[in-house]
Design a protein around this ligand. Structure first.
Ligand code: BES
Ligand code: MN
Ligand code: ZN
Length: 494
């Protein structure tokens, strides 16, 4: 059974069966100040175990009734990734001890490094237990007490990371949920809960979307017994400035529709709302941090089912933009949802920039494996800032090409375009399709099909829903420098 984390701050070590955590620098330097006999014991034990404080290495030691968890930092522990990874390892190692209780004595660390360690531990501690009848009881939690003066519950550094973790966890939970529990209406309800943080939430139902002419989005949902929704989450922390816009694909289940997917692995398509989850989690984090900027999040929520009323291959739909689409393959549904969500967001909010996230294509996994999200953009300033934000948050992106040669593959003989390209470059033609629904706004599309779910844990991201995108978007908006409209690349000649 996995365990949770309870973090607290205190001046003195807790009594009882507690593991003392010691970071060890290069050459085996013990970083915290310890009593002489304890230090002597650790030095001797490290020599015996040939533990030199290499980054990523750990050692558990027992002396009488005391236990010590030694964690190597290497040369110097950098804030960000390194400190977070160490925190993740700290959490896992503590979870394997009998008492699961830890004391982190004063290490005279930089407050940011310390906050990042605790953030990493927190990120590692998430798990999804809604559908186990036997829940984890509080006594089974990892309890970590942090000493020193650098940080406490009220520190901004701590609270900001706490709010960000809440956003990541919200996204992970949404991704984990099965599709019989999380359908469009339920997803919309989870979005509405963000009003408690001061987010203005509007839910557009099918009647409202029909009025707006969203034929592309509605066509995808028409084969489902579940109603489709479009949710707008508006955080107004920045006065009159144009907002930054985030748009997400929220297909709560993707059977493929009439172009039905094969049975093997179809259960994975419960997380075809990973883009919408990232947007919702990012809004949660931004509102939780009370960011002094305007950010609007828009998610298109549909279920793609085969049914007597489902759309057929060959159907022609009219999008909100007025452009018509020949639906060759009903399994290329995410782009249909986003076509309307993007056009709606751009025309209503006139954002300074717009980023959409979507588990859009299997082809992006063929291209990049599971290491990077695919980045497609019409603007180099925006693309560069996304790459930097991804690098800083361990949510990396790789820039992919677009351009007229790919865009031409979308030509239809009966409508303005068809919804799939040729047999190759499927992630790119999908991006070109989306580009046709964006006018002049600096825009980027992140294809996160390889990143929303993970079958193997890392130090800070347990198996399952990763929450990928939340930290990336949070950082992007924090560091946002604006984009020159002239920094335009890859404009398709449609
Ligand atoms: N949701 C899928 C893409 C996907 C695949 C996400 C694997 C996560 C893991 C998307 O709707 C889809 O079905 N795309 C098709 C497009 C094709 C029909 C042009 C695909 O990738 O095969
Ligand atoms: Mn599909
Ligand atoms: Zn899909």
């Amino acid at each position: 059974m996995p365990v949770k984390l309870q973090l607290s701050f205190a001046k003195t070590a807790p009594k009882g069966d507690v593991t003392t955590i010691c970071l060890i620098g290069k050459n085996g330097d013990i970083i915290p100040h310890l009593e002489k006999d304890v230090a002597a014991f650790l030095i001797a034990a490290m020599a015996t175990a040939q533990f030199t404080g290499k980054a990523g290495k750990s050692l558990m030691l027992y002396n009488d009734k005391q236990s010590y968890l030694l964690l190597g930092t290497g040369d110097k522990l950098a804030p960000g990734k390194e400190a977070e990874t160490l925190g993740g390892k700290l959490f896992s190692a503590l979870g394997r001890t009998a008492s699961k209780r830890g004391w982190f004595p004063d290490h005279k660390l930089d407050a940011t490094v310390l906050a990042d360690i605790m953030f990493g531990a927190n990120l590692a501690s998430h798990y999804f237990e809604s559908y186990f009848t036997e829940k984890n009881d509080e006594n089974n939690s990892v309890r970590l007490v942090v000493g020193g003066n650098a940080l406490d519950e009220n520190s901004l550094l701590f609270q900001e990371r706490q709010a960000l973790a809440n956003g990541v966890f919200m996204a992970r939970d949404l991704v984990f949920e099965p599709a019989n529990k999380l359908y469009p209406a339920e997803f919309a309800a989870r979005c509405s809960a963000l009003s408690a943080l001061g987010v203005e939430v509007e839910v557009l139902d099918e009647v409202a979307m029909k009025k707006l002419g969203m034929g592309a989005l509605l066509g995808v949902g028409q084969g489902s017994r579940r109603d489709s929704f479009l949710v707008v989450m508006n955080w107004k922390g920045g006065g009159d400035e144009a907002p930054f816009a985030l748009v997400g694909k929220g297909v709560t289940f993707d059977t493929g529709g009439i172009s039905l997917k094969p049975a093997k692995g179809m259960e994975d398509m419960k997380w075809d709302m990973g883009g919408a989850a990232a947007v919702t989690g990012a809004m949660c984090a931004i509102a939780g941090r009370k960011l002094a900027k305007n950010v609007v999040g828009v998610v298109g929520l549909v279920e793609n089912m085969p049914d007597g009323n489902a759309q057929r291959p060959g159907d022609v739909v009219t999008s909100m933009s007025g452009k018509t689409i020949e639906v060759i393959n009903t399994d290329a549904e995410g782009r249909l949802v986003l076509a309307d969500a993007l056009h709606y967001t751009e025309t209503r909010f006139k954002p300074q920039a717009m980023v959409n996230l979507a588990t859009l294509t299997g082809a992006i996994i063929a291209s990049l494996g599971r290491e990077y999200g695919g980045l497609f953009a019409n603007n180099d300033d925006l693309a560069n800032q996304l790459v930097s934000a991804g690098e800083a948050t361990s949510e990396p992106l790789w820039k992919m090409p677009m351009g007229p040669a790919y865009d031409r593959m979308l030509k239809s003989h009966i409508a303005d375009m068809k919804n799939i390209g040729g047999p190759y470059g499927g992630a790119i033609t999908a991006a070109c399709f989306l580009a046709r629904f964006v006018e002049a706004t600096p825009w980027a599309h992140l294809d996160i099909a390889g990143k929303a779910w993970s079958d193997s844990a890392t130090a800070t991201v347990p198996k399952g829903g990763t929450g990928y995108g939340v930290r990336l978007l949070n950082r992007l908006i924090d560091d946002w420098q604006g984009a020159q409209i002239s920094a335009v690349t890859d404009k398709p000649d449609s």
